[in-house]
Design a protein around this ligand. Structure first.
Ligand SMILES: [Zn+2]
Length: 106
């Protein structure tokens, strides 16, 4: 009988601690999320620019969308919409071809 009671106690003790842990991790996640997320909502700069009907490969802004190594930065980081991201990749590839932008690597 004594053992059974102990077991019950253990179960009761374990249950709340796991819940606490989960709460703590979600809180940490929220904290982490807040730290790394600015309140500003990213807007596609090409959508904002009403005069820009298509993305030119000579556009100096293309440099913003390429890393130091020459990689194209994903739209989730730049906030570019999917339609313009597609145009952007084409423009960057064209710019690379005429040596306005570097290919990946040094
Ligand atoms: Zn856009």
């Amino acid at each position: 009988m004594a053992e059974k009671i102990e077991e019950v106690e253990v179960v009761e003790k374990v249950a709340p601690t796991t819940e606490e842990k989960e709460e703590k991790t979600t809180a940490d996640k929220k904290k982490f999320y807040k730290q790394h997320k600015s309140n500003k909502k990213k807007v596609c700069i090409f959508c904002e620019d009403k005069n820009c009907k298509f993305i030119d490969y000579k556009d100096p802004r293309l440099k913003k969308f390429v890393t130091e190594k020459g990689k194209i930065i994903p739209s989730r980081q730049t906030g570019t919409c999917s339609r313009h991201q597609r145009e952007l990749t084409v423009a960057i590839k064209r710019a690379r071809n005429i040596a306005l932008l570097p290919f990946s690597g040094d």
